[in-house]
Write a protein that binds this ligand. Structure first.
Ligand code: HEC
Length: 195
């Protein structure tokens, strides 16, 4: 695994240096990578902790509001200093903020392929420098694995309490985010930073 990351990092730096302008060195890119990794970890731990607490205290129906209000608020809070932080999925629940852009969609498809090839979801990530019409961005994505506790709201109909199904149907009529099994990739945290 470490070998895999080291290899993709080397490839990344090699391809990035051919794209790099005078202002962004390999050192900057390594710094952005470290920063993105630690932000993703901090974000997922904070959100997971809050969710777990609410599931325990009030049950799954009550925890829907954590996902609806707290998760986007946290993402907005982390989106500062030139960074944009989002959670995206190929089968998104939120039709607006959960929808991947074109680059994210391709990466999510690659992530699913890696997972089906036997790579544990928790170890899957991607880094790139992307030139968009609005500028050059350092981009980072990390797969979010489905844990057993997620199945109450993202599992098969048998995993989900009736009250949760009813509330989700009301609040998210276009919901695509069900039918998952533990271990599968639920989506990804996506961080982009202007270079
Ligand atoms: C109590 C119900 C509930 C539980 C438990 C839950 N989620 Fe969600 N999840 C939601 C709701 C509601 C949304 C939509 C939030 C919004 O409006 O942005 C959501 C959205 C998401 C998104 C954003 C992409 C999308 O589909 O719109 C991801 C990623 C996600 N959940 C992952 C997880 C993971 C991983 C777990 C387990 C650690 C989990 N969820 C547990 C209810 C839940």
């Amino acid at each position: 695994m470490t070998k895999f990351i080291a290899k993709s990092l080397l490839l990344f730096i090699a391809s990035a240096s051919s794209l790099a302008g005078p202002a962004d060195s390999g050192t900057d890119q390594l710094r952005y990578l470290e920063e993105s990794r630690s932000l993703a970890k901090e974000f997922m731990q904070a959100l997971g902790g809050t969710l777990k607490k609410q599931l325990k205290a009030g049950g799954a129906e009550s925890a829907i509001s954590i996902c609806k209000h707290i998760a986007p608020a946290m993402a907005a809070e982390y989106s500062k200093d030139g960074r944009v932080v989002k959670r995206v999925s190929l089968k998104n629940r939120n039709p607006l903020i959960g929808l991947p852009d074109e680059w994210e969609r391709q990466v999510l498809e690659d992530f699913d392929r890696d997972y089906h090839d036997g790579k544990p979801a928790a170890e899957i990530e991607k880094i790139a420098i992307v030139q968009d019409p609005d500028g050059r961005w350092f981009r980072y994505m990390k797969a979010i694995p489905t844990q057993p506790m997620c199945l109450q709201c993202h599992g098969t109909p048998d995993d989900m309490p009736e009250g949760v199904k009813a509330l989700l149907a009301k609040e998210y009529p276009e919901d695509k985010a069900t039918g998952y099994h533990a271990g599968e990739i639920r989506g990804a945290i996506s961080i982009k930073r202007r270079m």
